[in-house]
Design a protein around this ligand. Structure first.
Ligand code: ZN
Length: 205
């Protein structure tokens, strides 16, 4: 079932997710619905608060795909390739981290906005899988960035909160006053901004 994705400034995005003790059938169904919703929106990650459930659950699939939609893992790092995806993760907690990296992030809850965000380059994450088993994820690359982005949602935080106060304020004010740009406006805006950079449009989480 496709779920409605909440967008900023919906106050439900600011609620802290509660720890999951047991993977109930309801939570297992929620995780499957979240995956379906994420794929439908062409996102690479989705956290439960984004669909109005304040629990510490996130789903992720950062595997690159070709134009036919087939998975092509050749561009992934060695560590990323070792972790089976899609991932369903409960109660994630970073227990080790190192290095810094910057990536142009987007978010299904802040559609059409993309900005560089600073994150850890490498992380080790303790969590619980959909079977209720304890797992340890060691990764870098886009998967590490995506996990950190989604974990922020569990604490009511968005990527636009991590920008400079000026940039963050400008984006929030724009959304609060004028709503989100139409896809055409967003394309034009991005084309303007991209004149001095060569990055392609990045997937959103
Ligand atoms: Zn997001």
């Amino acid at each position: 079932m496709i779920l409605e994705i909440l967008t900023y400034p919906d106050p439900r995005l600011r609620k802290k997710g509660v720890v999951v003790e047991t993977v109930t059938p309801e939570l297992a169904k929620l995780a499957q619905d979240m995956l379906e919703t994420m794929y439908d929106s062409e996102g690479i990650g989705l956290a439960a608060p984004q669909v109005g459930h304040s629990v510490r659950l996130l789903v992720i699939d950062t595997r690159p795909r070709d134009e036919q939609g087939n998975v092509d893992t050749s561009g992934m790092t060695e560590l990323e390739q070792q972790i089976p995806q899609p991932l369903i993760v409960f109660n994630p907690k970073i227990v080790k981290s190192s290095g810094r990296t910057t990536y142009e992030e987007g978010c299904l809850s802040v559609p059409t906005f993309f900005e560089d965000v600073d994150r850890f380059d490498y992380i080790e994450v303790e969590a619980m899988n959909e079977k209720g088993e304890k797992i340890l994820l060691k990764t870098d690359g886009l998967l590490a960035i995506c996990i950190q982005h989604e974990m922020d949602h569990l604490d009511g935080k968005l990527f636009i909160d991590r920008l400079s106060p000026v940039k963050s304020g400008r984006i929030k004010k724009r959304i609060e006053k004028q709503g989100y740009p139409t896809p055409e406006e967003a394309r034009e805006e991005r084309a303007r901004r991209k004149t001095d950079r060569t990055k392609q449009e990045e997937p959103a989480g």
